[in-house]
Each structure stands twice: as C-alpha cells, then as structure tokens.
Design a protein around this ligand. Structure first.
Ligand SMILES: Cc1ncc(COP(=O)(O)O)c(C=O)c1O
Length: 379
C-alpha cells in the first residue's frame, strides 16, 4: 500500500514550533524590557496613544507601492498634534520632577515644536517662553499671524523674536535667553529646538518603536522600511535606537528637511547611541544603520514646486495634508525612493506622518489662490 512519506517528521515540526515560540518570547521580552526601562522615567501624559496605523491605498498605487501604510503621528493629541508631543512627555516629566515652573524653548516662527511646547505647558499648568529665530524668511503675509504662531499665542505662551538671520543649526542665544528668564524670577526648564539634543530627547520615539512593533503584529504586518522626515534628528534616532534595542530589523530612512545630510547622519548616530547608553543597553547603532536622503534640497522653510505637487497628490488621493517644510519633503523623498527602485517589489513601507498641518495656513500663498467655479457652471 502506498503511504506518503512526511517531508518533515513530527519531531522536526515540534522543534520548529518550539523554536518559533522561543523566538517570540525573546522578542516579547525585549519589547517589555524597553517599555519597562522607559517607564522608569518621569513622564507627563500628553499624547493620545497609540496613534492610528492604516494603509494608503490610493497614494501607494500612484507611487507603485502596493503595501504602503501610514502611522498618524499628526494625531498625537494636544493642539495640532505632531512628533514633539511624544518627545515632550519625557522632557516635561523631567521638568515637573525638577521643580521648574516654566518651559523655555526655541524654533522658527512657524515651528511645530514651539507650538506643541506651548500646548504641553498649558496642559501641565506651566508657564511657557518661546524664542523664535529667523532661520528662514517669512513665507508670506500670513507667516507671523496664522498657523503655529497663532496657536502658541492662543495657548498663552510668551512669544519672543530674534530677527538676526542665522543658519538652522545656530540656536546659541537660547542659553542667554533662559538665563534672563531665571534672573527675572522664573524657574525655566531648557528644551533645545526640536527637543532632540537632550539626554531624554530620543526616548519618545524609542517608545514609539515598541508601540509600532506591537501594533503591526496586531494587524499581521511586518514592515521592511520606514520613511519619515528628519530635522533635529531625535525622531529617527529614537526609532533606530528602539529597533536596535529590541533586535528588530526594520530599515529606517530619514528624508532631510534641507540638504544637510551629513550633519543629520552624524547627529542621528550620536543621539541614538546616547539614548542606548542612557538606558544602559548593551547594543549600539553603527553608521550603516543610519540612512538619510534628500529629495527637495531647498533650504529649511523653502519648498520646490514638485514638493507642493506631492502635497496636492496626497491631499487629493487620501484626504490627508502635509506641510511644505517637513512632511511635503518626506513625500518627495518617498516618491524619489520608489522611483529609483530602492524598495523590493512587495516591500511593506511605512510612511510616518509627523504633523505640521497648522503651518500650511502660514504658507497658504505658496499654493496659489483657492479658485471658485462660476455658479452657473453647476447648472
Ligand atoms: C512636522 C514635522 N516633521 C518632521 C520633523 C522632524 O523631526 P525631528 O526634528 O525629530 O528630526 C519635525 C520637526 O520639527 C516636524 O515638525
């Protein structure tokens, strides 16, 4: 009688299953260890988490990326949302624990970071002083009245302006600014621009890395690539450090908000390894783990017409808006990477939306006048 011989013995099957379960336990153990280590730190509960994770079918089809997803960190809560809210949970927690009564930070006039700091201060009953630098020229007549600056003012922050033109990397007057606040009797907590170059600056996105692994498991998807905009660099540093901590193999590609790819590459590496050292982790990140590309290389705060087209494409295909300073440049980067064949076919790619929508209003004139159709045309 013919008896089909099993290709794999029961013993082998059992061993494979035991190995799979062991690996799953080790992976879960690493997620728990990371979350436990981060939860030992003082934290202000500011963000609404987890942020949604969903597919971008229409935009993905336009870019020939059938498995394109988006993580909605534009919906972290507080007014306007964005990536700073996750970072600020740790910094504001530390500020409160240190007995400070004021948050002090800096950014461009249309900084999403200063606006989220104003929101965090309001929620935590702290005062807030914001120093705005002239890192970029005003984008138009609404630049000093609408968008982020309007929201910061509504949320009660003291607004200061330094009109000296300076490169984006220069935030030197911030220390003197904080010293003046101290002399005036405040107890300010200094948050660097972008909340990155701070010993806890990368923790928010290390926590996000753990959230993402749990959330993607729940949805039965394993991402091969993450693409997002990189500026002050602790978003990318936190993700890269978090995945290294958990032994997860996901390639993170940062799209620069200007052409300073070398500065950002070095900074992401340094911040990621500082964060791992701060948590006394045994792993470290190497230069090959840090990839930064630049698609729209115009200076900070400026965008090419193709970037505005990418913003329109996302808006019209998905009903989601990106700003021209950060997220529009991430879209250009994603388009460039897809067009260059950087992803293998069937790659699962995650775009992180890191916020910035309020700035669109301040840049309104760059998109042209919204035109009205003649009413008689509709009849
Ligand atoms: C909307 C938006 N996207 C991306 C970034 C870049 O993030 P990071 O500064 O952590 O590199 C920022 C920073 O200000 C931002 O506001």
């Amino acid at each position: 009688m013919f008896r089909p011989r099993p290709i794999v013995s029961w013993e082998e099957l059992l061993q494979t299953e035991r190995k799979r379960r062991r690996e799953k336990c080790v992976a879960e153990d690493k997620i728990n260890t990371l979350q436990f280590a981060l939860n030992q730190r003082a934290k202000a509960p500011l963000a609404q988490l987890p942020t949604p994770l969903h597919r971008l079918e229409n935009f993905g089809r336009a870019l020939n990326l059938p498995e394109l997803w988006i993580k909605r960190d534009d919906l972290t809560g507080l007014e306007g949302g964005g990536n700073k809210t996750r970072k600020l949970e740790f910094l504001v927690g530390d500020a409160i624990e240190s007995g400070c009564d004021m948050l002090a930070t800096a950014g461009a006039i249309q900084s999403n970071h200063t606006r989220q700091t104003a929101a965090a201060a309001a929620k935590c009953n702290l005062k807030c002083a914001l120093l705005h630098f002239s890192w970029t020229r005003d984008a138009g007549p609404l630049y000093r009245q609408s968008g982020n600056i309007l929201l910061s003012s509504l949320m009660g922050a003291e607004l200061y302006l330094d009109e000296t033109e300076r490169p984006i990397e220069d935030q030197s007057p911030l220390l003197g600014f904080v010293e003046d606040l101290r002399r005036s009797g405040h107890k300010p907590y200094l948050i660097p621009a972008g909340a990155s170059e701070h010993r806890y600056g990368s923790f928010g996105y290390m926590a996000c890395a753990a959230e993402l692994i749990l959330q993607s498991r729940e949805k039965g998807i394993q991402f091969d690539y993450i693409v997002h905009c990189t500026g002050s660099s602790s978003t990318q540093a936190g993700l890269v450090a978090g995945f290294a901590f958990m032994g997860e193999n996901i390639k993170v590609i940062g799209v620069a908000d200007d052409d300073e790819t070398d500065i950002k590459r070095a900074r992401v590496l340094e911040l990621a390894n500082n964060a791992l050292a701060e948590l006394e982790a045994s792993v470290r990140v190497s230069p090959t783990d840090v990839e930064i590309v630049s698609a729209d290389q115009s200076p900070y705060g400026k965008a090419e017409p193709e970037t505005l087209d990418a913003i329109r494409l996302l808006a019209r295909s998905e009903g989601l808006v990106a700003d021209p300073v950060y997220e529009g440049k991430a879209l250009r980067g994603l388009q460039m990477l897809a067009g260059d064949g950087r992803f293998e076919s069937a790659s699962r790619v995650l775009l992180m939306h890191l916020g910035g929508t309020p700035a669109v209003h301040a840049y309104a004139n760059q998109f042209g006048e919204p035109g009205f159709s003649d009413l008689s045309d509709s009849r």
